[in-house]
Design a protein around this ligand. Structure first.
Ligand SMILES: [Zn+2]
Length: 562
């Protein structure tokens, strides 16, 4: 509101969480403009129905309570209509972004834009031209919860001086309120409490507190503390290159004192669980509505390449790891330059904890396949935990799986996996990251129908890529590790895939996983299959016992098993 009254500022963009008194802020600016600095005013909301609701529910009641404005209400017939109120020197028009005619009509000095993300495409650009008659003293204010990166709101925020609120905590330190990583000092913290049904959300809610990133002091969310935090602090400008007449602001739902931190934690944990089922919407909604950030903030985070460093841990790959439940060998087969194999051996505990033990490119050469099996044996991988990607050389691999023998129950010991582009598989009406497809190893050839089928594990590539990204970035409560001495070949391949944006057939901006053509990603495939294997063995759906840091990693990864 100070920026609104500042003569040097023409454009204000605020990108913030839901329940942040957005409409109230614009209302206050409106009342101020009518009395203190009148000019033609246009208020744009999503559609006409919304506009009528806004006038009757918010604008008129506010005017009734604001004496200076009420005195200026026009008494003449025809000057006080629902969507057009002619104040002296300040005609006020309220309209919906879906009514293009009204957006193109008269010039306005004030343009107030509410919830721009529900505007139809192009409406914002059109309405922005309406201030041309007031080049020096126009005022445009956009305030909305964000949506996608580079959309109109985000662009307006980026163009401005990008002010973030540095809240002062009761300990005296200033910082932007943030969720932060679980293992970092500072940010929102909570205890992971479980009962026999899984996460005990009611109990978790009561443990939520805020930790100072400077001194580590912990603040319980009492009303007094919350009010202190939201009323002490200052705005920090982070864009020195902004035009001097453009101010922009951003904040999340941790800041306003009337929001519930506990409810936000519950929303976050539930969103992570939904992600496990291949459903991104709750996490996107959490990012936009609660964190007040564009959805691709997370995806941009995925693009910097230092993240793998943070997963390094100096452990003894040959030593005994008390948390280990299973170790898997996953193998990607390649032909170029002679048959060779990319092998990853990784140990897993329950609840998403994992350590990389060995990676190796084996071959080419006639002994390559035998060497793969010998290496697995040397590392103590049981035959039933050796897994081949059968996306290529299928009949050859099927033959090898049949020759490697069976378990006492008659199933083949070694496993076959196949990545699929579907986002999930419906099993008994529920979404799963993978499914089992019994496949005749002799399909279409002599011998078809005479041998036991191979249970090929079909897995959803995009969903597993999301999951592996969470492991590789240490998000949620995972603990996925690599030894620091791991070679560059591995590092390059496991970071080969990235998220990128594209526009779908409906004109919506979406993101997809993308790997530059020709960039090798064999170890990446092996790591994806490791996550599938851990999920298939139930290791991701069982909480880890007794560990102080990650005892409840299963919160991230519950209930994926068929
Ligand atoms: Zn402090």
């Amino acid at each position: 509101m100070e920026a609104f009254a500042d003569e040097g500022i023409n454009e204000i963009a605020a990108m913030c969480s839901a329940q942040s008194a957005k409409t109230l802020t614009i209302l206050c600016c409106l009342m101020w403009a009518i009395c203190e600095d009148p000019g033609p005013i246009l208020w744009v909301t999503s559609d006409k129905q919304e506009a009528v609701k806004l006038v009757k529910g918010r604008i008129i009641p506010m005017m009734e309570r604001c004496d200076p404005v009420w005195k200026r209400i026009p008494k003449e017939r025809g000057k006080f209509n629902t969507l057009e109120i002619y104040f002296p020197g300040a005609p006020l028009i309220i309209t919906g972004a879906k009514s293009p005619a009204s957006l193109q009509s008269t010039p306005f000095r004030y343009i107030l834009l509410d919830e721009v993300r529900s505007y139809p495409p192009g409406a914002l650009e059109m309405v922005e031209k309406r201030t041309r008659s007031f080049p020096h003293n126009y005022k445009k204010i956009i305030i909305s919860t964000p949506d996608m990166e580079n959309d109109a709101l985000h662009a307006a925020f980026m163009k401005g001086d990008q002010r973030h609120f540095l809240a002062q905590l009761p300990c005296g330190h200033e910082q932007e309120l943030d969720w932060k990583d679980k293992n970092d000092k500072g940010g929102l913290k909570w205890d992971s409490i479980r009962n026999e049904h899984g996460r005990d959300l009611d109990k978790i809610k009561t443990t939520v507190r805020y930790q100072c990133e400077e001194c580590g002091a912990v603040q319980a969310p009492t009303l007094l503390t919350r009010k202190f935090i939201s009323s002490h602090g200052r705005w920090e400008k982070r864009n020195p290159n902004a035009p001097s007449n453009c101010a922009s602001f951003t904040w999340g739902a941790l800041l306003p004192w009337w929001t519930d931190w506990g409810a936000q934690v519950v929303e976050y944990l539930s969103a992570l669980q939904r992600l496990d089922w291949g459903d991104h919407e709750p996490l996107k909604s959490f990012t936009n509505e609660t964190q007040g950030r564009v959805w691709t903030d997370l995806l941009r985070y995925l693009k910097h390449d230092k993240y793998l460093r943070a997963r390094e841990l100096d452990f003894d790959t040959r030593g005994k790891w008390p948390l280990e439940q299973k170790r898997f060998a996953t193998i990607d087969v390649q032909a170029a330059g002679g048959r060779h194999y990319y092998l990853v051996i990784r140990a897993w505990g329950t609840g998403g904890v994992s350590r990389l033990l060995h990676v190796e490119k084996i071959g080419p050469g006639v002994e390559s396949y035998a060497n793969v099996l010998l290496t697995c044996e040397a590392w103590g991988v049981a035959k039933q935990d050796i897994i081949f990607d059968v996306g290529t050389f299928q009949s050859e691999l099927f033959q090898q799986i049949m020759e490697a023998g069976s378990l006492p129950n008659g199933d083949y010991a070694m496993k076959a996996m196949w990545g699929d582009d579907r986002p999930y598989f419906l099993v008994n009406g529920q979404r799963h990251l993978w499914t089992v497809a019994p496949t005749d190893p002799y399909l279409g050839r002599k011998g078809q129908g005479f041998v036991r089928p191979i249970n090929v594990i079909l897995w959803s590539k995009p969903s597993l890529q999301d999951r592996l990204a969470f492991f590789m970035h240490g998000l949620g409560e995972t603990d996925w590790r690599i030894p620091p001495w791991i070679d560059n070949d591995y590092r390059k391949q496991v970071t080969a895939w990235d998220r990128r944006e594209f526009t779908d057939n409906y004109g919506r901006r979406r993101t997809e996983w993308y790997c530059p053509k020709g960039r090798p990603d064999h170890y990446y495939s092996c790591e994806l299959m490791q996550v599938v294997a851990a999920s298939a063995r139930g290791l991701l759906s069982t909480p880890r016992e007794g560990g102080p840091l990650f005892e409840h990693a299963a919160q991230l990864v519950e209930t994926t098993d068929v």
